[in-house]
Ligand binder design. Structure first.
Ligand code: SF4
Length: 295
């Protein structure tokens, strides 16, 4: 049975991060001005429910830049590759830059390290659009690593510069830097994880340690939400990554007195509110340890 005294605690940082808020505002401004069609190259943000909501307003994701002819294209928060940008110019695509200014920071450090003759180790997910964009602009050797383990097998005879995708964790970054130093490599580093990501990770970790069960809300395709779930899981084994209230039915809430709610940087407030509301309604009925939200 669900505990009728169950408390629901929210992380303070829930809601869109600065970059996603900015991209969303730019998109909605275009719609309000009557611009049609408005395209985004790939999803504007990694949240299927929000992308579906934006699509209803007239903001349509397109897979290829060639499919964006005839509309105004928003350049997504994570950036686009050099080839995509060149193609957009070639096709005369009308675009609005919604790239988060903070995702441009690692690029500056990569350029600096390459100019210093260093090989760059970029801590990140190689398939992520942010990393793809960074790699496309780099003019020298940049190796993507997913963690310190990968440093062991690398040739570090040349000086290295370590940077990170903006949504990585500080611990993972520090471990990569330490692994390079342990191998006596000439190592420079630039901490390029964005403040917003770090604050969210720290708050979520603290909250996860105070509750009996942690819900991390956000798109399954959202790298920052997955990372948040990993971080929470380190201190709270009953951590679940949910996309929406529908996923709550799968979770066993037995013996849970306190639930923590946190959300990825691309999770809109309305989804967090739906999850909260669903939990509260289920508590009212408290029929079992499973949550069942009315349709
Ligand atoms: S997480 Fe940080 S870098 Fe990424 S979009 Fe948000 S504010 Fe920008």
């Amino acid at each position: 049975m669900l505990a009728d005294s169950m408390q629901i605690l929210h992380a303070q940082s829930n809601g869109f991060c600065y970059g996603v808020q900015r991209a969303s505002r730019l998109a909605e401004e275009l719609i309000q001005k009557g611009v049609r069609p408005v395209y985004t190259l790939g999803p504007l943000i990694h949240n299927p429910q929000e992308v579906a909501r934006l699509a209803k307003l007239g903001i349509e994701p397109r897979e290829r830049i060639d499919d964006c002819i005839g509309g105004v294209t928003l350049l997504r928060t994570h950036g686009i590759t050099k080839a995509e940008f060149a193609r957009a110019k070639e096709l005369g695509i009308d675009w609005v830059d919604a790239i988060c200014p903070r995702v441009k920071v690692p690029r500056r450090h990569i350029d600096k390290f390459l100019k210093q003759g260093r090989t760059v180790l970029l801590l990140g997910d190689s398939g992520h659009p942010e990393v793809q964009a960074l790699l496309s602009y780099s003019t020298g050797k940049v190796s993507v690593v997913t963690g310190a383990d990968e440093v062991a097998g690398m040739d570090l005879s040349e000086p290295v510069g370590v940077v990170a995708q903006t949504t990585q964790s500080r611990e993972a970054f520090e471990r990569v830097v330490a692994a390079c130093r342990e191998r006596q490599a000439d190592t420079a580093s630039a901490f390029t994880i964005c403040d917003d990501s770090e604050m969210r990770q720290n708050e979520s970790r603290k909250l996860a340690a105070r509750v009996d069960l942690m819900l991390v809300i956000g798109g399954h395709n959202s790298a920052n939400t997955r990372r948040l779930a990993e971080i929470c899981r380190q201190v709270q084994s009953r951590t679940h990554h949910v996309e929406s209230a529908d996923d709550l039915t799968e979770i066993d809430f037995a013996s849970v007195n306190r639930v923590g709610l946190t959300a990825g940087a691309s999770t809109p407030d309305w989804i967090v509110s739906q999850v909260d509301e669903c939990l509260r309604k289920s508590l009212k009925n408290h029929v079992s340890a499973q949550v069942k939200c009315p349709p």
